[in-house]
Write a protein that binds this ligand. Sequence first.
Ligand code: SF4
Ligand code: SF4
Length: 333
Amino acid sequence: MKSDNCTQCGICTKHCVFLSKYNINIGDTEKLYSLAYHCFLCGTCTRVCPQGIDGRTIILNMRRKRVIENGGKPDESGYGFLRFEKERYIFRNARHINSHIRSDAVLFPGCNFLSYYPKTLKVLFESLNEKKPMGILYDCCGKPIDDLGEKAKADAIAYRLNVTLNAAGVKEIVMVCPNCISFLKDKLDAKIVSVYAKLKELGPEDGIVNSEVNEFEDGEINIFPPCPDRRSKELLSDISEFLPKQYRTVDEVQCCGFGGCAGIKEPGLAKALPNSIKEKCGSKVYTYCATCSGSLKTAGCKEVWHVLTKILKTNEEPDVRHSLLNRLSGILK
Ligand code: SF4
Ligand code: SF4
């Protein structure tokens, strides 16, 4: 739906730090067009609009239009390294797609889980392989490039992934990152399965993971759901099997501050958002998105735990200091 039906009620503005800062709403298309790269693409405006207006898609389409008008790349500065890294994914490694023996399944950790949780990824891969042989593919899903408005390039990344997976005979791709899952769900020929559904399928009786003896503490825990799972909670429902009975989802804060590559344009807001999560959760927060974990850790959250580190009992903290080096380690494997 276009913004033509906007009644200027201002509900989206009330729920969004970016719209509030500029005192605009999704119906203010002219101003929004020039500020399109300041939006976190979190989808909160879409969720709250009583007219059913999809603000996130409207702004993403504005970015796409600007890219087309600018000859195929963003007309904003500051995205040089991101585009260089992600477009062909300079840390890509497909050598182990059929790791041990030819298998029809592959683990796809995405960019940021390896960046922040290299030890947990190793444990995860070994644990899965004990029960079901599978390879591993280090690649980027293309979402950051799509978020920048470069749709044709993001489509080319999905095409490249399909060619690689099909050539290796992969029928099932086990994904860790909620952004990869949400972004690639309609784009790949192989079936996408969340790592939590896979762990559930292969355990606990088979020994990979036992929800009775994972590392979660008793009592209520706070979980911050990432933007792509905020509305449907589909991924969270896969995870809930492993969680303590009592948990609270922190839905009030719109984004961890990393969304939409907006932090470059709005560094103040990008810093304030994880601070708001900290205020709501106290010193301890659980996530199921490595990017959210990294953002919270960088903001000074003392205890931020990715649920996989508790399920697999690695208790690894997000390694924000060596994220680039960790990512680099993927191509050396
Ligand atoms: S919530 Fe919807 S109708 Fe209200 S100002 Fe925002 S876009 Fe317009
Ligand atoms: S997508 Fe998020 S940051 Fe962008 S306008 Fe909507 S609520 Fe605000």
